[in-house]
Ligand binder design. Structure first.
Ligand SMILES: NC(=O)c1ccc[n+]([C@@H]2O[C@H](COP(=O)([O-])OP(=O)(O)OC[C@H]3O[C@@H](n4cnc5c(N)ncnc54)[C@H](OP(=O)(O)O)[C@@H]3O)[C@@H](O)[C@H]2O)c1
Length: 333
């Protein structure tokens, strides 16, 4: 199997690296310092799944024009704000990639990929696996859940190409599932990311040392978190979905949905105490983007939910306020 990764940063390098280690022929397309470091010293992966340096089966290039041959899959992992530019520069890969999928946060990438490559080439995919580019050539695996990724056809079928990529992830030590409801998985992940990012940035980012656990152990912080969760989930429910906790135990949307407000606040405070005991957990990438003065994915994460909420005439004032606050910060970056 041959896979090309368009946008080899934290997530793309991590997944691409694990796949290469398991025998998949992987081409990473990334920025020059990262590509040069991989060519010189290999790709170093550290973090929760242990340490390894990967040389074999791994090619790193800075331009899609330098990615040679035919690919079974193209995996898109640039930040959502860079999707149009990256696809625009990847004309050389459009006809040489049999199947394309995105692991980005957001829900509009399948449509963008369909416009770029043709709808028949796109499959749905989702992951919450955490990867951060610590230094050129070095990626840290920061978060994992029992199911790493989900794949499926956008019309609900499970086809051979869906099974093959799922098996490749499983073989690489990334437990994954082929599912008939991948669009629901993508939306539920969006709700989960909007909750964690919205809370993290608006409640915590003013004090750089604060992490999610520090906010959730404060009653008012937990109340804000639950209010935001319930509004986000009201949109998700109105779309006809019920929370499934696809990324349990990181996801506790089911409990936040089912428990009455006061009980959900107690549960969120308990979760905060657990997060504080587990010092590794606690900041979203949007929060890190703000702290590092980088543009965020705010529109890609909040706009689809706001648009659905408004179309379905659901009152979501807390979601609107969170979006406005983050937009204000983001516009000054
Ligand atoms: N990281 C995670 O843990 C994680 C987990 C689940 C989902 N996601 C989602 O996955 C996506 C990627 O996240 P990430 O954290 O991996 O971001 P990232 O570390 O910024 O990686 C993206 C990489 O692509 C590079 N890039 C941008 N445009 C490019 C182009 N035209 N050609 C080649 N390379 C290009 C970026 O370089 P520059 O920085 O120089 O632009 C960066 O190195 C986001 O949508 C994120 O929300 C991330």
């Amino acid at each position: 199997m041959r896979i090309v990764v368009l946008g080899a940063g934290g997530l793309g390098s991590l997944i691409g690296g694990y796949l290469a280690r398991s025998g998949v022929d992987v081409t990473l397309i990334g920025r020059a310092p990262h590509v040069e470091a991989i060519r010189e010293r290999g790709l170093e992966i550290t973090g929760i799944r242990g340490s390894s340096v990967i040389f074999d089966n791994l090619t790193a290039v800075t331009s899609p024009d330098d990615a040679r041959g035919e690919f079974d899959y193209l995996m898109l992992t640039v930040k959502s704000k860079d999707t149009d530019t990256a696809l625009g520069q990847a004309e050389a890969l459009r006809t040489r990639s049999a199947t394309v999928f995105s692991l980005q946060n957001g829900v509009d990438h399948d449509e963008k990929l369909a416009r770029w490559a043709g709808a028949d080439k796109v499959i749905g995919a989702s992951t919450i696996e955490g990867g951060t580019l610590g230094a050129p050539g070095a990626v840290v695996n920061t978060l994992s859940t029992p199911t790493t990724a989900y794949f499926g056809e956008l019309d609900g079928r499970i086809t051979e190409r869906v099974r093959r990529i799922t098996e490749a992830f499983n073989h690489a030590g990334l437990p994954s599932r082929a599912v008939e409801n991948v669009v629901q998985v993508e939306w539920e992940k969006l709700i989960q990311i909007a909750l964690a990012s919205g809370f993290s940035v608006t409640a915590l980012a003013a004090i750089p040392e604060m992490r999610i656990g520090d906010g959730l152990v404060v009653r008012e912080g937990a109340e804000f978190y639950v209010q935001l969760a319930k509004e986000l989930l009201s949109v998700y429910r109105a779309m006809g979905y019920r929370p499934q906790n696809f990324y349990a135990p990181a996801s506790r949307l089911k409990e936040l949905d089912e428990l009455p407000f006061a009980d959900a606040v107690e549960a969120a405070m308990e979760q905060g105490r657990r997060f504080k005991a587990d010092a590794g957990r606690g900041r979203t990438s949007m929060h890190n983007d703000i702290l590092q003065r980088r543009k965020t994915e705010v529109d890609f994460i909040f706009k689809p939910i706001l648009e659905r909420g408004h179309a379905l005439k659901i009152a979501i004032p807390t979601v609107e306020a969170v979006h406005r606050i983050i937009k204000t910060l983001d516009s000054n970056l």
